[in-house]
Design a protein around this ligand. Structure first.
Ligand SMILES: *[C@@H]1O[C@H](CO)[C@@H](O)[C@H](O)[C@H]1NC(C)=O
Ligand SMILES: *[C@@H]1O[C@H](CO)[C@@H](O)[C@H](O)[C@H]1NC(C)=O
Ligand SMILES: *[C@@H]1O[C@H](CO)[C@@H](O)[C@H](O)[C@H]1NC(C)=O
Ligand SMILES: *[C@@H]1O[C@H](CO)[C@@H](O)[C@H](O)[C@H]1NC(C)=O
Ligand SMILES: *[C@@H]1O[C@H](CO)[C@@H](O)[C@H](O)[C@H]1NC(C)=O
Ligand SMILES: *[C@@H]1O[C@H](CO)[C@@H](O)[C@H](O)[C@H]1NC(C)=O
Ligand SMILES: *[C@@H]1O[C@H](CO)[C@@H](O)[C@H](O)[C@H]1NC(C)=O
Ligand SMILES: *[C@@H]1O[C@H](CO)[C@@H](O)[C@H](O)[C@H]1NC(C)=O
Ligand SMILES: *[C@@H]1O[C@H](CO)[C@@H](O)[C@H](O)[C@H]1NC(C)=O
Ligand SMILES: *[C@@H]1O[C@H](CO)[C@@H](O)[C@H](O)[C@H]1NC(C)=O
Ligand SMILES: *[C@@H]1O[C@H](CO)[C@@H](O)[C@H](O)[C@H]1NC(C)=O
Length: 756
């Protein structure tokens, strides 16, 4: 097989410097620690990282060296048994756990297959007993992929072996683009697209047709299935470099799953990856692992486990925490005010690039404003400024003569639930958001509800209560919180609990948020809700008519993003445009992420159970005592594990089917073009054309503009004239590539947020 120095040919410094592993990576390792050549698997990692022991620490390691070390950690069967036992109680809280075994036929046909999570845990238990796991990672990966195969971004358990020691990456990000917006999209390296647009590379960029010998679409569709989204076109998009994800810095999925962003960081990519291009040439890249932990004085998998795995007691973790961890430098891309690469300067800037207001600065688009919302906030400090952005931007846009509004929700994994309601009310003050939801009616939920309701009812429901009373009164488990679907108070916990039966499972009575509630700004992280309570004075007609608004997504719309889009599309009648998707001409969905409307971290559930016992001591003999006191699930997890606790239900829908299982096509589909991967304005123009222009072209199913057949696949990209604004955008993209570490530790929280 011929390999060539792709990087040199591409001639772009970006990739060379973004390449994490030095060119000497394929040379035999030198023994430089004075102990002779390291042979034990983890000693090789240690040696690679610390070299001659000077201050330079390499945190990116050839993938195969890391893999050998990780594979050397022996399986601890007793800890694995205890872990499976300790996470089972939390599975009961997953609102879809029963439906996942037997979902509606259309979901199975078009979205994802059925999955029996509890059966899968039983199987893992049996495999532990049978001695089937060859090492600790083998067990961890099985557990991880079992939960991940639910394709619910709120539902995740990432064991230590899968995410806490190494994460993985490939040095070359890819894009999937249609040359002209009509031809079927093909996969290119992102740097080819950059070079093509600079018109200064010495070759014609050619599409990737095979990866490691497998046909490109088969390879990519398989890899995409390791993502957290449910929709297959959205999963496919998430493999690639995309400006909206990049704009989120470390809280997005980086340069795409293929290069190790988002859930891609948990999938071992092999020692190398070989791309074959349509023009016949090939390129092999060396893959890498990242680590943020110390490997000093480590030789074997046992050494690694002793230091970094907390099998049960928590002692190992305590020891590790007492040491200074290696720190990885991460580009501070989410600092307020720093324009994201590929984006123009905002007209009104929001906090941390989580929301910005733009105009489309191009002839013919003078009437178009863009509210770009790649997140719904997960940090308290940003809540008030986030809400204020819409409040400031909408009247300004109207005053500046804008009559059309694009709401760009690309990359939006959610955030604060009530920000979704608030934004809807800012746009449509006269509409009453529905948003009904339910929990699984479990014994634990019932006991907690009885205890919380009894405790919280002792105190007057006023804003002046202390924090202990507030956390009880503002929780779902005080029946005074929330209201019925008919906007009436619940009369008792028994009424709120139900249970109601639907499609074979038992659920609590449907409830809705009481947006006027005295504790609403606690539940919202600090804002009052537009149109309610202190802001009840905000009334009047819609600021933009529904037909003058369009929602644009890349399918990566999850959690609070789906709450908002459900209200916008169902209640206000706003249309959607879905970008990208697999290389076909089919209609695709706009909303491809979890449509559950609230996630709980295991830790919050544990707190509920323990507080319920505090409020009602006689519960100390109940399952709340036996099931929710082990810390093992946290000690053995990479990031806080979580479940989706609330199903979202549609207004006037009597089927009892949660939104999560409904398949819905977007009103219009557009392919990404090369320009759109470096200049977001070109995407907004295409969206405006599709929705309002005469020249717009939806790939399929569009009710607007002209339809065009798209048969031909893009094989090579023809260099075109570069626009001035694009050149500026490109420079920023390059600067970002140089600084971006691909590390996507998620810093966002929020009660309706999906981890990337
Ligand atoms: C192409 O132009 C860009 C921007 O000026 C520059 O960074 C890059 O090095 C150039 N590439 C080649 C092959 O000349
Ligand atoms: C395996 O895990 C148990 C806890 O379940 C722990 O006591 C034991 O030390 C671990 N074994 C090894 C070899 O670390
Ligand atoms: C073939 O395409 C690849 C990928 O665009 C490119 O790097 C290479 O230079 C091309 N080879 C020739 C001979 O044009
Ligand atoms: C991807 O392909 C491999 C190899 O054929 C297979 O083992 C694996 O199950 C596939 N993964 C998914 C998510 O389809
Ligand atoms: C060998 O390596 C270990 C761990 O790095 C170190 O503690 C020890 O001092 C070394 N021995 C020699 C002879 O250098
Ligand atoms: C809050 O008020 C309740 C009821 O008066 C009381 O029992 C509790 O101790 C108070 N908690 C704090 C932290 O002050
Ligand atoms: C909503 O909360 C407000 C303020 O606490 C309260 O007056 C109202 O009765 C509640 N509405 C319902 C339906 O419970
Ligand atoms: C929300 O309303 C309350 C009651 O009027 C007020 O004290 C608080 O400052 C308001 N919050 C914000 C962020 O405006
Ligand atoms: C509504 O009332 C708030 C104070 O509660 C005030 O800040 C705001 O300007 C008012 N808005 C309108 C539209 O009257
Ligand atoms: C549900 O039905 C009511 C009453 O007919 C109607 O006002 C409302 O718009 C409907 N909602 C949706 C989402 O169709
Ligand atoms: C449970 O709480 C009761 C008081 O309600 C106490 O008498 C009893 O000893 C406790 N039992 C346990 C097992 O903690």
């Amino acid at each position: 097989m011929k390999t060539y120095t792709f990087l040199a040919l591409a001639g772009l410094t970006t990739l060379a410097t973004a390449t994490p592993i030095s060119p000497s990576r394929t040379q035999p390792l030198q023994a430089r620690q004075g102990n002779g050549t390291a042979t034990a698997p983890c000693a090789k990692v240690s040696q690679y990282m610390y070299g001659d022991g000077t201050t330079v620490v390499k945190q990116q390691i050839p993938a195969d060296i890391a893999w050998a070390c990780l594979s050397d950690v022996p399986f601890n069967a007793s800890s694995a048994k205890a872990l499976i036992k300790s996470i089972r109680p939390y599975m009961d809280w997953q609102s879809t756990i029963d439906v996942l075994k037997n979902p509606p036929a259309e979901y199975v046909e078009k979205v994802q297959p059925a999955i029996d999570i509890i059966g899968g845990l039983d199987k893992i238990d049996a495999d532990i007993d049978a001695g089937s796991f060859k090492n600790e990672y083998d067990f961890g990966w099985n557990l991880y992929t079992l939960i991940q195969s639910a394709h619910d971004g709120h539902f995740a358990y990432i064991p230590d072996s899968v995410g806490a020691i190494f994460t993985w990456g490939r040095p070359v990000p890819l894009v999937s683009v249609s040359e002209d917006g009509s031809k079927l999209p093909a996969v290119f390296t992102f740097d080819d697209v950059l070079g093509m647009q600079f018109k200064n590379i010495s070759y014609t960029p050619s599409a990737v047709v095979k990866i490691d010998g497998t046909e490109i679409t088969e390879y990519m569709e398989n890899l995409s299935q390791y993502g957290s989204l449910q929709d297959r076109d959205a999963l496919y998009n998430n493999l690639f470099y995309e400006l909206a994800q990049v704009s989120l810095g470390i809280s997005g999925s980086g340069t795409g799953m293929f290069s190790g962003g988002g859930r891609g960081r948990y999938v071992y990519p092999g020692v190398s990856t070989t791309l074959k291009f349509a023009n016949g040439s090939e390129y092999t890249m060396q893959n890498y692992a990242r680590t943020t932990i110390s490997f000093r004085n480590m030789a074997t998998g046992e050494d690694l486990a002793a230091k970094w795995f907390s099998w049960g007691t928590g002692e190992a973790q305590a020891q590790a925490e007492s040491e200074t961890p290696e720190t990885i430098s991460i580009a501070d891309t989410d600092a307020a005010g720093a324009a994201a690469p590929g984006y123009p300067a905002p007209v009104v800037a929001g906090p941390q690039n989580l929301i910005n207001g733009f105009y489309v600065d191009a002839p013919g688009y003078e009437d178009v404003a863009v509210l770009q919302v790649p997140n719904f906030v997960g940090s308290t400090a940003a809540e008030v400024p986030f809400q204020r952005l819409t409040r400031d931007f909408i009247p300004k846009a109207l005053a500046d003569g804008k009559t059309k509004l694009i709401i760009d929700l690309q990359a939006n994994g959610g955030g604060t639930i009530l920000q979704g309601y608030d934004m809807f009310k800012q746009l449509f003050p006269e509409l009453d958001p529905y948003g009904a939801n339910r929990y699984r009616a479990t014994e634990a939920a019932d006991l907690i509800g009885q205890s919380y309701s009894a405790y919280a009812s002792q105190f007057e429901r006023v804003s002046s209560v202390n924090s202990t009373v507030l956390q009880a009164q503002a929780s779902y488990f005080d029946y005074h919180n929330d209201m019925t679907v008919d906007e009436k108070p619940f009369s008792s916990w028994e009424e709120k609990f139900g249970p109601q039966e639907a499609n074979g499972d038992k659920y609590t009575t449907l409830n809705r948020w009481n947006l006027s509630d005295v504790h609403i700004s606690y539940s919202s992280g600090g804002i009052n809700i537009t149109g309610y309570g202190p802001l009840a004075n905000v009334t009047g007609p819609a600021k933009f008519k529904p037909e003058n608004i369009v929602i644009v997504t890349d399918g990566y719309c999850a959690s609070t993003c789906t709450i908002f889009s459900e209200l916008m599309t169902q209640q206000a009648g706003v249309k959607t445009i879905a970008m990208g998707g697999r290389s076909n001409k089919n209609k695709i969905q706009a909303i491809g992420g979890v449509k559950g409307v609230n996630n709980y971290q295991f830790g919050y559930i544990q707190q509920l159970a323990q507080y319920a016992i505090r409020y009602t001591p006689s519960l100390n003999t109940s399952i709340l005592k036996t099931d929710y006191y082990s810390d093992l699930p946290y000690n053995r997890a990479t990031i806080s594990p979580g479940v989706n606790v609330r199903d979202g239900l549609r207004q006037n829908d009597t089927s009892g089917v949660a939104l999560q299982f409904k398949y819905e096509e977007a009103n219009c589909r557009l392919y990404y073009t090369p320009e759109m991967t470096v200049d977001i304005t070109s995407l907004w123009k295409a969206a405006a054309d599709a929705q309002w222009g005469n020249s717009g072209k939806c790939v399929s199913g569009g009710n607007y503009g002209q339809k065009r057949e798209a048969h031909e696949v893009t094989a090579n990209l023809r260099p075109r004239r570069i626009q001035v604004s694009q050149a500026t955008a490109l420079k920023k993209v390059q600067a970002f590539e140089n600084s971006f570490s691909l590390e996507t530790e998620c810093k966002m929280t929020g009660d309706g947020f999906m981890h990337p």
